[in-house]
Design a protein around this ligand. Sequence first.
Ligand SMILES: [Zn+2]
Length: 66
Amino acid sequence: MEPIDLPPAGPALAPDHITCVECLGRCYRLRPAPPEGDEPGDWVAYRCPDCADRFDLQIPEHDTEA
Ligand SMILES: [Zn+2]
C-alpha cells in the first residue's frame, strides 16, 4: 500500500488514524478515504500494527431531518 500524504481536501468524516484501545498504539485505516469523502453510514476499518487488532468505525449519520 502506498503512503498517503494528501492535505485534507474532501469532507473526510473519519480520521486517518485512531488510538488503539488495547495498546494505545496508532491504528491506521485499511483503506484511505475516497476523494469525495466518506459517506455517512459507511464503515471504516482500522488495523493496529502493534497488536494487530482491527476496529471498525461507522461514519455517523448526518441529521437528515428535513
Ligand atoms: Zn493495538
